[in-house]
Design a protein around this ligand. Sequence first.
Ligand code: GLN
Length: 297
Amino acid sequence: MNIKEYFRFAAESLRKADIETPEFDAGVMLCCVLKCGRAYLYTHYDRVLVSLELEALDEMLRQRINNVPLQYIIGETEFMGLPFSVSPEVLIPRQDTESVIEEGIRLVKLFAEQAETNKSKEYANRAIRVLDMCTGSGCIAVSIAHYCPESVVVACDISQEALKIAEKNCRRNCVENRVGLRCGNLFNALDDGQLFDIIVSNPPYIETGVIPELQKEVKNYEPYLALDGGQDGLDFYRQIVVNAPAYLKNGGYLVLEIGYNQGQSVKNIMNQNFHDIEICKDISGNDRILTGRYIKP
Ligand code: GLN
């Protein structure tokens, strides 16, 4: 079988299994096994596939037909223009989260500018300290560290397995010197007395009852722990909002990713101890980001 024949066969098999983007997926698998770019496929249609390649491709095809997400099959994804390794121990980074990170980056740059203009000893040349709570693949921590050389980041997760992937992603993107990884349940992962300029978090926020209605790719293969936000989806927001002030510098920010319909409820939770609360939209136009500023009472 050559590339062209396998491409057709794979796309047809995927279409029959109701996979949404059969040609795209077939191409990605071929590129992964042949370690090539997409253009190579079209310019080398007659290239004959050897049996080892066919075996690998058939195994990938079998998984995809069973709705395993493509990113888990090839073990990686692109996010914020950076390569990330993923496995079923971590949520696959979503485009929605890019808007949350952009807000985090904007705030880091703002603090860095203030540090630059304020010549007092306390502020000059200091690193901006960022906490990524519930880091999963590390996509938030790694992206902020990559795009903000003036930042140092601490990233926490309850899952040791997820942190192994996050560590891999730190090394892959050369930010391992500025990202510290900690394991534990929310803020228990941290030592007391650590203070941050900015806390960013994309915690699990799906209502337990809604999970069975999600796409098969998500509900059958992504980590349940990373999805389930409790009965009303707000469990983690309540815990994060109550505990964050103890870890924020005066004037520091909390940036949360929220579900499209959670803006008002999470804002009400944040009203307890945050100021200047704002809800911002993602690029699809849905409410997605909630920011608030902590001012010491
Ligand atoms: N912070 C990670 C992400 O944005 C994991 C989120 C989660 O596990 N809920 O993908």
